[in-house]
Write a protein that binds this ligand. Structure first.
Ligand code: AGP
Length: 534
């Protein structure tokens, strides 16, 4: 070991911000290691724990990068997904994973390493998922995967084909991936439904549930765990599954669930919802559920992702790669799959074939309804021009549209950096109404439905306090239009399907406001597409 300062150029463990080759170490060992290295004269150039790994590799480097990596990895505690490059041999990348995802992309005259296969769209369709305790070496024309323990037999390797379309990797005629993905929603919903709806059975079918009818019929409760937008889709799922399938559902943030020791009744099915299939908290919640012996299902978009592989069964969204950090088409696809799941489970319990068939037909109409909703884009842009300088927004809805209010607020926060609160509209009077003033727009989700009159009276309470209101209302609803400053119309659909259409104007509103504020819509600050660390 040297006590001389080691320049970063000796070895670099790269953190790629977009597709996040990441490393996270538990705090105590990280600090003690970095203190020890500093005592030995190492000067750190960043404040990231990843650099500790780079410095350790540099310390152990004696000509052969792979052997230095092999010596350092057993010293690390915590999770990591590493891409290690040395300027002495820039055509070679060494990859290693423990707990964080890593996928190798096989090209022609080029190979790739990423933590999410979406990053490889447009480059290659052939991927190999690395497992924990594996390392790989990539050159331009060759690659190998080895076990970290050299005494173990070489791992068996399976090369998987990913079903990308040529256009998935570029923005086409759109300025941003987020806008492209918003406009892809009619097609994404078609793909989510393809081959899964049956007129004969008046129901839905899923290939990969891996649970027989008896097991599903005997299920008394469902717990959904997820994060962020997927959590909001889970909340919509709670309303759907309880109303259509009459199954009691709880929805929990995966990050909370994983450390809670909540009593879970027998016959409870655990459902993880995740676009990427790699979110660390959702993965930990899934593993904890399995450890406790509960059957697990996953709703994932990314084929072959860790959660898709580890769940007992699951359903793919088939939404295609989602590249914008703000999730859009994955949200509506998740809600669509949850609706089909509710139909499927409902048909085993309480739904007649007549009711089932009606739902099948209403679902089939949704892509056209989304297409029609997208026509609001110009109106939304004009409204964005009016309000983009506001510092606070409120998003309000009830019942099926309460989770959509949460999702609208999240979209605005994450890409425009404006503070936004999503609330059940009737909860305003219990405190948040104090926030209302002339500078704070409220976005009201108020299409016609069972609680229309109730939401209308919530809206009047906001108006009475001088708050400007942007209403998302049913087409041609003059009564609402007369009450509010601005209105965006959505087509009339049955109440349980309103989240699918109501989400669209909120996605567009966040998009246009972020653009007007000069924000990087596809890559908002401080965020990564997959959150593979705790
Ligand atoms: C959504 O716009 C966010 N980028 C984020 O909340 C995301 O939904 C969350 O990190 C969960 O990701 P997952 O669906 O891939 O698990």
């Amino acid at each position: 070991m040297t006590s001389m300062p080691i320049p970063m150029s000796e070895a670099t463990a790269t953190v790629w911000s977009r597709w996040f080759i990441t490393a996270s170490l538990r705090t105590t060992p990280r600090l003690s290691t970095s203190f020890r290295l500093q005592e030995q004269g190492v000067r750190f150039q960043t404040a990231t724990d990843t650099e500790v790994i780079a410095q350790l590799i540099a310390q152990h480097l004696n000509g052969d990068l792979m052997s230095a990596v092999r010596k350092v990895l057993p010293l690390l505690k915590g999770t990591y997904g590493l891409a290690i490059v040395s300027p002495r041999d820039p055509d070679v990348i060494i990859g290693a994973r423990l707990g964080s995802p890593l996928v190798l992309g096989i090209g022609q005259g080029e190979n790739f390493l990423a933590s999410d296969p979406s990053a490889l769209a447009g480059h290659t369709n052939k991927v190999v998922y690395l497992h924990d305790h594996q390392v790989c070496i990539l050159g331009r024309d060759e690659w190998t995967i080895q076990d970290l323990n050299p005494d173990r037999a070489p791992p068996s390797i399976s090369i998987e084909d990913i079903d990308w379309d040529v256009g998935d990797a570029d923005k086409g005629t759109f300025e941003h991936f987020m806008l492209k993905e918003i406009y892809e929603q009619p097609e994404a919903l078609e793909n989510a439904m393809r081959g899964r709806l049956s007129d004969t059975d008046a129901s839905a079918h899923f290939g990969g549930l891996n649970l027989d009818t008896q097991a599903l019929r005997g299920m008394d409760r469902m717990i959904i765990t997820a994060c962020g937008t997927s959590y909001h889709a889970g909340l919509v799922g709670e309303y759907l599954l309880e109303e259509i399938a009459r199954i009691p559902v709880d929805v929990e943030y995966a990050s909370e669930f994983r450390y809670r020791n909540r009593p879970i009744e027998r016959n409870t099915l655990m459902l993880a919802i995740t676009q990427s299939g790699e979110t660390a908290d959702t993965l930990a919640a899934l593993r904890e559920s399995k450890r406790k012996g509960h059957p697990t299902l996953a709703l994932c978009n990314v084929v072959g992702s860790t959660i898709a592989r580890e769940a007992d069964g699951g359903v793919y969204l088939h939404a295609g790669p989602e590249i914008g950090v703000a999730s859009t088409k994955a949200f509506t696809s998740q809600v669509m799959v949850l609706t089909m799941l509710a139909l499927y489970l409902g048909r085993m319990r309480n739904l007649s074939s007549v009711q089932g068939l009606r739902i099948v037909e209403e679902l089939r109409a949704m892509p056209a309804m989304i297409q029609r909703t997208l026509a609001c884009d110009d109106a939304v842009r004009r409204i964005a021009e009016k309000y983009f300088q506001a510092n606070n927004f409120l998003y309000l809805g009830r019942q099926y549209l309460f989770p959509v209010a949460l999702e609208g607020a999240l979209k605005l926060k994450e890409i425009s950096y404006i503070h936004a609160e999503g609330y059940p509209a009737a909860e305003m009077k219990h405190g948040p109404i104090a926030l209302v003033d002339e500078e704070t727009p409220s976005v009201f989700l108020i299409p016609r439905g069972a609680v229309f009159e109730k939401v209308m009276s919530n809206l009047e309470e906001i108006k009475a306090r001088g708050g400007p209101v942007i209403a998302i209302a049913s087409e041609n609803d003059e009564e609402v239009a007369q009450q509010v400053e601005d209105v965006i119309y959505m087509p009339e659909v049955p109440e349980y399907l309103q989240p699918l259409v109501a989400a669209i104007p909120l996605q567009l509103l966040a998009y246009h406001i972020a653009l007007l504020r000069g924000c990087d819509v596809d890559r908002p600050r401080n965020l990564a597409k997959s959150v593979t660390v705790e």
